[in-house]
Unconditional design. Structure first.
Length: 278
């Protein structure tokens, strides 16, 4: 699906189901992490699209097949998401992974009319980037893709486990990162590292929130998300996948789908229970 947001073309996967602008089905937008694209959500987008949701896994600006340039900060990306919500014609249920989780959080905090609820995968209050990784990414060195791939996956994936038979998960992740346009991965990592107001943003969020955390996540471990959990004024549901790494939507696609669906169903019940006028 092609869209135009802020004058630039945007590409989105819709799970092979056209998004009907006149439908009242909930709009779910999935936001990928640093240096990645819509393809990381392939096993969630199709499921949602065939189970009563209008699902769009977007390529963020400058990523995948969306026109650039890449945006250089989490607040700028949040503003872009609010413009996407206006283009789609309604508040969005945002599902974000890693950098995308920070974007979803920031959008919910500062553009609340654009957001119906948020699901945050692999999230942390802060995401500092090691100087060596940042330097490699800034230089468009393939070593950056190798380092991220090594840290992003759980221990089982390092010995070949994959829920999709015949595919090499680590090789796929590294290839995806290596396809990233020059300068994009460095800009993404810099944006994550610079974002230091996650706890303050969480304190402003008024919509339903679910966090999905990997027990084997070396990049955003459970304890790094605790300040956010404590800051959400309405509380947050937490789903922990015990032995899963950072790339949880690929490592445990079924469990992630279930967590998203349960969140969306709960958010719908909350919305129905609200008195007229909010």
């Amino acid at each position: 699906m092609r869209l135009v947001v802020d004058g630039r073309g945007v590409n989105a996967a819709t799970g092979a189901v056209p998004v009907d602008p006149d439908s009242t089905d909930p709009l779910v937008v999935l936001l990928h992490g640093a240096g990645m694209d819509r393809s990381v959500w392939s096993q969630q987008t199709r499921f949602l699209a065939h189970h009563g949701y209008r699902a769009l896994a977007v390529d963020l600006p400058g990523h995948g097949e969306s026109e650039g340039p890449a945006l250089g900060s989490i607040p700028d990306l949040a503003t872009w998401v609010s413009e996407l919500a206006a283009e789609l014609g309604g508040p969005l249920h945002l599902v974000g992974h890693s950098m995308g989780s920070l974007v979803a959080l920031e959008t919910a905090a500062h553009q609340p009319a654009s957001v119906a609820s948020i699901v945050l995968l692999g999230v942390a209050a802060t995401m500092p980037v090691h100087p060596d990784l940042q330097a490699a990414a800034d230089a468009d060195d393939v070593e950056a893709a190798r380092l991220i791939t090594s840290w992003a996956h759980g221990s089982r994936q390092h010995v070949g486990e994959n829920p999709t038979p015949g595919l090499w998960m680590l090789g796929g992740t590294q290839a995806l990162l290596e396809r990233c346009a020059p300068g994009v991965l460095g800009a993404d990592l810099s944006a994550c590292s610079a974002y230091g107001t996650g706890v303050e943003a969480a304190a402003l969020v008024s919509c339903p929130v679910t966090l999905v955390l990997g027990g084997g996540d070396k990049m955003t471990p459970r304890q790094a998300a605790e300040p956010l959990v404590e800051a959400f004024p309405g509380g947050a549901d937490v789903v922990e996948l015990p032995s899963t790494g950072h790339m949880m939507m690929q490592e445990e696609p079924g469990a992630v789908r279930q967590a998203i669906i349960e969140h969306l169903e709960s958010a719908s019940r909350c919305q129905e229970a609200e008195p007229p006028g909010g």
